[in-house]
Design a protein around this ligand. Structure first.
Ligand SMILES: [Zn+2]
Length: 284
């Protein structure tokens, strides 16, 4: 997963960008009065995120925030002033543009299409305008994500601004020669702690990545099948084909060690069936 840089602006900048709309709603002074509190919560969010305590902070916040007297105003400010009006939209687009190569940080599969509230705005209206709580995602990941906050640490969603999974390999694929498809699975490194292992498994399941990666792999295979078959035809050597694929693995792994294409190419290089001529039938 390639994770974007955190936004370089704060909640005050967002409130100012929403000013014209808030003024038209006669609500600018109201939100302005609450700004010190919004900034304090933003700071607490950052500190908790940096210290791996975000979920416990959010669970402590939730009961009071949901029924905050300005909940509707803050959610409306997000939906209307931040997303739809020009001044807010500039900041919204800056958050989207932070995605690495425009790619969704949660799946690495589709292009970023929208911005998601890490802590859902329905439960956390006081974080609705907080940039640190806004993450660029693709449509399917946003729709697949639960609108409820996890209640257990093993189901806590990864936060791209605070957590780095590092280069350890956790995504694997194999070629299923009966079904003639690639099958993806999570195999976290043994040295990861139990919570992190369960969280990556939950991430994989909740975003339906086994199914989405299996389907996406079909188009990758379709693009390279002929070239691999020609190389086998010319060289009569599965080992040559393997060496060629491994060169591609290296460049993909340098870009994203746990990208689905990296896992797929590794699986192709390890499949004697594919290397020996099965490439003509995979996803065919
Ligand atoms: Zn996605």
């Amino acid at each position: 997963m390639l994770w974007p840089q955190a936004p370089q602006f704060d909640v005050e900048k967002v409130v100012e960008a929403c000013r014209a709309w808030l003024t038209s709603e006669e609500a600018y002074d109201t939100v302005r009065k609450r700004l010190p509190e919004l900034k304090a919560r933003e700071k607490a969010y950052r500190v908790a995120g940096e210290n791996g305590k975000l979920l416990s902070l959010l669970l402590a916040y939730r009961p009071a925030q949901r029924f905050d007297r300005h909940a509707k105003l803050l959610k409306d400010a997000y939906t209307t002033a931040f997303v739809q009006r020009a001044e807010g939209r500039k900041l919204y687009d800056a958050i989207r543009a932070a995605a690495v190569h425009g790619s969704c940080p949660l799946c690495g599969l589709q292009q970023v299409a929208q911005v998601d509230h890490h802590a859902p705005k329905a439960d956390f209206p006081l974080l609705a305008l907080t940039p640190l709580n806004l993450v660029p995602v693709c449509g399917p990941c946003n729709q697949g994500k639960s609108s409820k906050l996890a209640t257990s640490v093993t189901e806590e969603a990864f936060h791209p601004y605070f957590e780095d999974l590092g280069p350890d390999r956790w995504l694997h694929a194999q070629i299923d020669t009966d079904e003639r498809v690639a099958v993806f699975e999570v195999r976290p490194p043994a040295e990861w702690d139990e919570v992190k292992k369960r969280r990556i498994g939950h991430h994989f399941e909740s975003h339906d990545l086994a199914c989405r990666y299996r389907e996406a792999a079909g188009s990758v295979v379709a693009k390279r099948r002929r070239r691999d078959a020609e190389l086998l035809e010319q060289t009569k050597s599965p080992a040559e084909v393997r060496a060629h694929i491994r060169g591609d693995v290296d460049s993909h792994a340098a870009h994203d060690p746990n990208g689905y294409e990296t896992a797929l190419l590794r699986a192709l290089a390890e499949s004697t069936w594919y290397l020996g001529g099965g490439m003509k039938f995979l996803y065919a």
